[in-house]
Structures are given as structure tokens and as C-alpha cells.
Write a protein that binds this ligand. Sequence first.
Ligand SMILES: [Zn+2]
Length: 179
Amino acid sequence: MPFTPFHLGPGAAFKAVGGKHFSFMVFGGAQVLMDIEPLIGIVQGWPILHGMTHTLLGALIIGLVAGAIGKPISEFVLRPLRIRHHPISRPVSFLSGLLGTYSHIGLDAVMHRDMEPFWPLAAGNPLLGLMSVEGLHVLCLAAGLLGLLIIAGRALFSQFQRSATRRGRGRMRRGAPPG
Ligand SMILES: [Zn+2]
């Protein structure tokens, strides 16, 4: 299925771990780019939906494209929304794009019979059925929830720290001992 939100679960986990060194926007864009081929395939009725794009080589090319166009597009989208975010550097953009495409084929390979991820080096799909599709979805969902929890927890903690610092400064100005 093109554009499943399950691919975004690991993205949230990567964001929780990587912080400002990872762009969720570029990662998400890479997911969309990856599934253009299957989407066209469904519309056109192709026998193989996950072809060239869903190989190690295809993921490299699409990851580099996502990295190159992800930075300007993300900044263009985020600016008018006034969403506070770390500046997306070029290395961060490429890293996020490539993590996006490689995690994508890693997950897809477990569930799509028509994939040949190691083409042209090897035929077939050795990752197929490594775990059940339901198990895979639960894993992605759990990664996403855990990532979101960590991100939210960190934001709350830094807000708490900021207000504690402000309270401390206020006490110092009034001449009271800091507590
Ligand atoms: Zn896919």
C-alpha cells in the first residue's frame, strides 16, 4: 500500500534519538517519493508494484533526491506555519532522506512478495516473511509512540527547567535565597 503512515513510526523514533540531527519532514518526504512507483503501478495495473525504487540502489538514488530537495521544501513549508524547528543543514537533510528510504525498503521487504531489494546483485527477497505483517505494524506503531513520548517528555522537561530558572532569577532579584 503506498503512503502508509506506518513508515513514519520509525521516523518519530529517529527524531527522538537524533533530535536536531534528524529532520522528520525530509524523512516523511522520502516516504512519499518511495511510493510513487507503487502508486502509478496500482493505477496502471502493473504486475510488479515494488520494482526499481524498492532496491538498495533505488533507495540510494531516491534518498539523495530527498536529501537535495528536502531542505528547501521543508523550510518553505514550515516557515509560513511558524513552527519552531532547528535549521535543517545539508548533511541532516541527506541523512534523513537516506534513513527514510532505507528504513522504507527494510520494512516493505518483510511484507511485499514482488520486491527484490538486492537487485541486481541477487534475485528474490530474503527478508520476506521475517515477521508477520501485523507484528511489523505493531512494531512501527510502538516505535512511533515511544518516539513521540520521548519527544513530548523532553519538551516538557525543558519547559519546566526554563520556568524554574525564571523563578530562581526572580527570587535573586528580590534578595531571597535561591531554592
Ligand atoms: Zn513502499
